[in-house]
Design a protein around this ligand. Structure first.
Ligand code: HEC
Length: 112
């Protein structure tokens, strides 16, 4: 009898913990990708990191295209490096390891 009460209490506790995470990892990363404490990654890298044309412009009569490559098939180390380095056009973000990991997983998931 004593034990069944204990098991019952454990069960309630497990249930409560599951309900605590009301947002999934993917949902969290999706929001972060669009709003990473600065200009959204999607504005320059496309909806899911497929790369895109940021802008086309003319300089001294010549046409230039400013575009990004895809960032959804990189090694994790290259991804993190790129976010930590100073870049020419891309702003520097001060993301935590957890944030970078979430973004990486989001972009490198099967369904794109
Ligand atoms: C203002 C446009 C812009 C925004 C916003 C932006 N990027 Fe970039 N990103 C670039 C450009 C352009 C490059 C190519 C390097 C350069 O010129 O800065 C790049 C390079 C990268 C690379 C390296 C790609 C490679 O092949 O090595 C990664 C990874 C990356 N960006 C991830 C992100 C993530 C994640 C975010 C959001 C937190 C983000 N970027 C936001 C423009 C942007």
């Amino acid at each position: 009898m004593k034990y069944s009460l204990l098991i019952f209490l454990l069960f309630i506790n497990v249930e409560a913990k599951e309900k605590d995470s009301f947002i999934t990892e993917t949902e969290y990363a999706k929001h972060l990708y669009k709003n990473p404490r600065g200009i959204g990654c999607n504005k320059c890298h496309g909806k899911k990191g497929e790369g895109m044309i940021i802008s086309k412009y003319k300089h001294k009569g010549e046409e230039y295209i400013l575009q990004t490559k895809e960032i959804n098939s990189l090694k994790y180390s290259s991804f993190v490096e790129a976010l930590k380095e100073k870049r020419s056009i891309m702003p520097k973000y001060f993301l935590t390891n957890t944030e970078m990991k979430a973004l990486y997983n989001y972009l490198h998931k099967e369904e794109k």
